[in-house]
Design a protein around this ligand. Structure first.
Ligand code: ZN
Length: 424
C-alpha cells in the first residue's frame, strides 16, 4: 500500500532506527489466527516477524523473557478521532503525551476517521519520521455525498443529533454533486496524501448519495485509498454496500437486519468496525471517569459530555444484536471506538457492549486481526505470523478467558522496536 511505502521511505530517509532483532521467549502465544502455543518463541528481525514456534528459538537478537505471559498481536483502533480542541495547541501541547498513551495501552495502529486535515497529516508525519513516538496513524480525508440539504450537516455530530433517525432525517431529496466535482475532491485528498476517504451516508428519498458514494469508492480505489463510510441505520448500510465502499465504520444501530440483508452485507466482503460504545453513555473501568477527569458530577453522559437521555437511546441494544448477526454470518468485524478520550478508557468502554454479544476469544480477534483488516492493514499487521510487521503486545493474564487482561499491558513492540517495557 502506498502509505506503507511512504512510511518506510521516510523512516529510511530520516534515519529512524526502529528495527531491532528480538527473540521473545517463554511466551504463551496467542497468534490472532485462533492458534495458541503454551510455551513458545517469537523471532523478530528488521521489524518483521520471522517465526512463531513452540519451545525456544536459536536466533540472534535481544532476548526477552515473557515469563509465561501472553504474547499477542498489538491492538488497532480502526475508527478514531484524534485531535481535541484547538488543533495547533493540541499538536504542540498534547500530541506527544496522547500518542504515547496509545502505545502504553497496546495500540500500534489507529485510523483517524475525521480530524482537521492539515493537523492530522502533520501528526502522521511526526510519527512516521520518529519526531514523536506513537502508533501508526492512518488518516482519512472527507468527501461529501450530496450538496445541501444533504443528510449530513458538516459540523454537527451525526451520532449525537442522529440525522439518520426520524424525525431528524432529511425528508426532501438532496441535491447531487456533479461527478467531476466528486472526482476532483478525491484527487485533492490523494494529492494531500490521505490514506483513505471518509464519507457519511444518509440517503434521502431518490437522492444522489448511493451513486455518489459509488463514484467516491471507485475513484479512491484508483488512487490506492480505501473509502470508509459512516452508516448507522440499516437502510444507509445497505446503500453503502450497494455503492461498494471498502469499509463500514459503524455497526448499524437503527433498524434490525433481516437474514437476507445479513447475507448481502457479508457476501459483499466489506468489513465493519464496531463503535458500539458511542451510542450509549460513557464511563471508564470504574464508572468514575466523568467525575474524576472532568469535574462534572457523576451522571451518565454522552461522549460529548452532554447528559442523556436523548433520542438515540431508544435503539440501545440494536447495534450489538446486528453485530452478532453479521458475525455469525461470517463478516470481518473489527474494533473501533469513534471517540476522542484516552485509549485505555475507550477500550474499557467499548469492551462493555462487545461483551454483550461476543466471547472473550471473539473480542481478541476483533481487537487484533479483524481491526487490522478494518484499518486497511490486514496484510501487514493483526496476527503473529512470519512476514508480518512485528507489532506485538505482552499482557498479564489470559485474554482468551478474561478479555480485561488486555488492560494489563507489560511490553509493546512496534515495527520490531520495543516501545513500552513495564517489566519489573
Ligand atoms: Zn467517527
Amino acid at each position: 500500500m502506498r502509505r506503507l511505502t511512504i512510511f518506510v521511505l521516510l523512516a529510511v530517509v530520516s534515519g529512524v532506527a526502529f528495527a531491532q532483532d528480538l527473540v521473545i521467549e517463554n511466551a504463551r502465544i496467542v497468534d490472532g489466527n485462533g492458534g495458541v502455543i503454551d510455551n513458545g518463541s517469537v523471532v523478530v528481525s528488521d521489524g518483521r516477524i520471522v517465526s512463531v514456534s513452540a519451545g525456544s528459538a536459536a536466533a540472534e537478537g535481544e532476548r526477552i523473557d515473557a515469563e509465561g505471559r501472553t504474547v499477542m498481536p498489538a491492538f488497532t483502533d480502526a475508527h478514531r478521532h484524534v485531535i481535541q480542541g484547538d488543533p495547533d495547541q493540541w499538536l504542540s501541547e498534547q500530541a506527544e503525551e496522547n500518542m504515547r498513551a496509545w502505545l502504553e495501552a497496546g495500540f500500534t495502529t489507529i485510523l483517524s476517521a475525521g480530524d482537521p486535515a492539515e493537523h492530522i497529516l502533520e501528526l502522521r508525519r511526526r510519527l512516521a519520521e520518529g519526531e514523536i513516538q506513537g502508533p501508526r496513524l492512518i488518516a482519512a480525508g472527507r468527501a461529501p455525498l450530496a450538496a445541501s440539504p444533504g443528510g449530513f450537516v458538516p459540523g454537527v455530530d451525526p451520532a449525537r443529533i442522529d440525522q439518520s433517525r426520524g424525525p431528524n432525517r432529511v425528508a426532501e431529496t438532496a441535491d447531487a454533486i456533479p461527478h467531476e466535482q466528486t472526482r476532483a475532491t478525491i484527487q485533492a485528498l490523494a494529492d494531500a496524501g490521505f490514506d483513505a476517504v471518509k464519507t457519511v451516508i444518509v440517503v434521502t428519498s431518490d437522492g444522489p448519495e448511493t451513486e455518489t458514494l459509488a463514484v467516491v469508492a471507485e475513484e479512491a480505489r484508483r488512487h490506492g485509498m480505501d473509502s470508509i463510510t459512516h452508516a448507522v441505520t440499516v437502510v444507509d448500510t445497505m446503500a453503502a454496500v450497494e455503492a461498494r465502499t471498502d469499509i463500514l465504520v459503524h455497526t448499524p444501530h437503527i433498524g434490525h437486519l433481516t437474514e437476507e440483508q445479513v447475507s448481502t452485507i457479508v457476501d459483499s466482503g466489506i468489513p465493519m468496525t464496531s463503535t458500539l460504545g458511542i451510542f450509549v453513555p460513557t464511563f471508564d473501568v470504574d464508572n468514575t471517569m466523568i467525575r474524576e477527569r472532568t469535574g462534572h458530577d457523576n451522571v451518565a453522559r454522552f461522549r460529548d459530555l452532554d447528559p442523556f437521555p436523548y433520542d438515540t437511546l431508544s435503539s440501545a441494544g440494536q447495534g450489538p444484536v446486528n453485530a452478532r448477526l453479521l458475525w455469525e454470518g461470517g463478516m470481518v468485524y473489527g474494533y473501533g471506538t469513534d471517540v476522542r478520550f484516552l485509549p485505555d478508557d475507550s477500550l474499557a468502554h467499548e469492551l462493555r457492549p462487545l461483551r454483550l454479544v461476543f466471547s472473550h476469544a471473539d473480542i481478541v480477534q476483533i481487537l487484533t486481526k479483524n481491526a487490522a483488516v478494518t484499518a486497511g492493514l490486514g496484510d501487514e499487521t493483526g496476527t503473529l505470523e512470519p512476514g508480518k510487521r512485528a507489532d506485538i503486545v505482552v499482557v498479564d493474564g489470559d485474554p482468551l478467558t478474561d478479555i480485561n487482561a488486555v488492560h494489563d499491558v507489560v511490553l509493546v513492540v512496534k515495527d520490531g522496536e520495543v516501545v513500552v517495557d513495564n517489566r519489573n
